[in-house]
Design a protein around this ligand. Structure first.
Ligand code: ACO
Length: 426
């Protein structure tokens, strides 16, 4: 007999039965898809705090334990023992690559990192000073005009080509968006550089500057920087059905082009409550300015009449700790001396962390530092401008979004995402 949940309408005494579906890990779900048909009512779940919107085999989070896995592999294993591109391969192919597969994947992405020359003209349509997230979202959507044939991939290789193309081009679009925002000439990708090194190169280099990776000095890219950024990309690669991923799936459900779905995901990510928090954290630390002023801002964060929130604290799912934040804190400590991390910002961040972890307000609400709390200090040390913090998140997350898009398209039981409402108007 299938396990079920029985609901009773206490007005009429009528009972309704709904099937329980078991998960391979984590909470089971109650299948309420027949709820309206059976009861004539809708369910109401503001912000989807108790709603599973889909079934998925990609990413698993246990918020109580602080556990995160991509395709069954723990985030600790992937961050410590695998590169970002291996993680991308895992998300897209459901297995880690062999050495040969890894090499071929890397090579293909290097070749696909270039943008069509006509696309580069698009950037000129935007004013200098435009926030790179806005340009990034628009330029990603415009990729659908160049690769319209990706609208309905049929074979596995068509799906993979579509996915690899967007993953490969995102760092270039992001770097171009930044360079346009400061009125600087674009730096084309360099086929001889890895995915992550290339991004730093396209951001930093002067035109025709060779910028070696192996030379110490101010105008170089240091291996430790590439390693740190690679880990940051891995930590951002996917995160189950968060706001931007749900947006991507929502657009997928209407049958629109995958690259406009990614563009919608970028827009959703930009908000301060989501990926935009990483830029806000560092601005907030700078605004606080000194360790002496931390108490004042903690008091504001706790005041119910003040809209001020501590950026980089709290998470809808993690109620113990964010495992990505733990890895980044370790990385921050490791890089402190080598990358000359801003000691004033770190002291302010450390004091906020200490107070928040011992203060009744934060403990009671299970508010812990999230990934964005630590990433900003490291990204600053990597000389990444603040306006590029959220684009860095986008680069890391693109593979997750496109993996979720593919899973959605291959699922024959999906429907258009069309929620209902509790109408209270005239
Ligand atoms: N500072 C102070 N108080 C907070 C904070 C915070 N950062 N976050 C939540 N709270 C309080 C709320 O005021 C609320 O208090 P109340 O019960 O007295 O009303 C309680 O904690 C619950 O907060 P909700 O907003 O209901 O929690 P929700 O799960 O909906 O929101 C969110 C999660 C959006 C992340 C929230 O904690 C927040 O705004 N944090 C700051 C922004 C941030 O860091 N976002 C990045 C998230 S990670 C990511 O997207 C990559």
């Amino acid at each position: 007999m299938k396990p079920t949940v029985t609901m009773r309408d206490n007005r009429t005494g009528k009972e309704y039965e709904f099937e329980i579906k078991e998960a391979t890990r984590g909470p089971s779900v109650v299948d309420i898809s027949s709820f309206y048909a059976q009861t004539g009512m809708f369910t109401f779940d503001n912000g989807y705090t108790s709603t599973a919107s889909c079934q998925s085999k990609i990413t698993f989070i246990d918020g109580a334990k602080g556990e995160l896995r991509y395709r069954g592999h723990t985030i600790e294993d992937l961050a410590n023992n695998h590169s970002y591109l291996e993680t991308c391969y895992l998300l897209l192919n459901e297995k880690l690559p062999t050495k040969e597969e890894s090499y071929a994947f890397d090579l293909e992405l290097r070749h696909r990192s270039f943008l069509h020359n006509e696309l580069t003209h698009l950037f000129d349509a935007f004013p200098t000073g435009a926030h790179p997230m806005a340009t990034l979202s628009a330029a990603s959507a415009s990729l659908s005009t160049f690769f319209y044939n990706h609208l309905n991939p049929q074979t596995d290789s068509e799906y993979q080509e579509m996915a690899r193309r967007i993953v490969a081009k995102m760092p270039t679009i992001a770097a171009f968006a930044y360079r346009h925002s400061i009125g600087a000439a674009f730096i084309q990708p360099d086929i001889n550089r890895s995915f992550t090194e290339n991004f730093l190169y396209m951001l930093r280099a002067y035109p025709h500057e060779r910028m070696h990776i192996d030379v110490e000095g101010e105008r170089t890219i240091r291996p430790i920087e590439v390693e740190a950024l690679d880990t940051i990309f891995t930590l951002h690669a996917d995160h189950e059905q968060n706001a931007s991923t749900s947006t991507v799936r929502g657009v997928a459900s209407t049958g629109a082009h995958p690259y406009v779905a990614i563009s919608a995901g970028i827009s959703a990510l930009w908000g301060r409550a989501h990926g935009g928090a990483n830029e806000s954290v560092i601005k907030q630390l700078e605004m606080i300015g000194s360790v002496e002023r931390v108490d004042e801002f903690i008091a504001r964060a706790k005041d119910p009449n003040d809209a001020f929130r501590l950026m980089g604290f709290g998470h809808r799912v993690y109620k113990n700790f964010d495992p990505r934040a733990k890895i980044l804190k370790g990385l921050q400590d490791k890089l402190k001396d080598e990358l000359n991390l801003d000691s004033n910002l770190m002291q302010i961040a450390n004091k906020i962390e200490q107070i928040a972890l011992s203060d009744e307000y934060f403990i009671k609400r299970k508010l812990y530092p999230n990934i964005d709390f630590y990433s900003g200090v490291i990204l600053t040390a990597l000389q990444i401008p603040k306006s590029m913090f959220t684009p860095v998140f986008v680069i890391g997350r693109t593979v997750g979004w496109i993996s979720q898009w593919i899973e959605f398209k291959k699922d024959t039981n999906t429907k258009i995402a069309r929620p209902r409402q509790l109408y209270l108007g005239e």
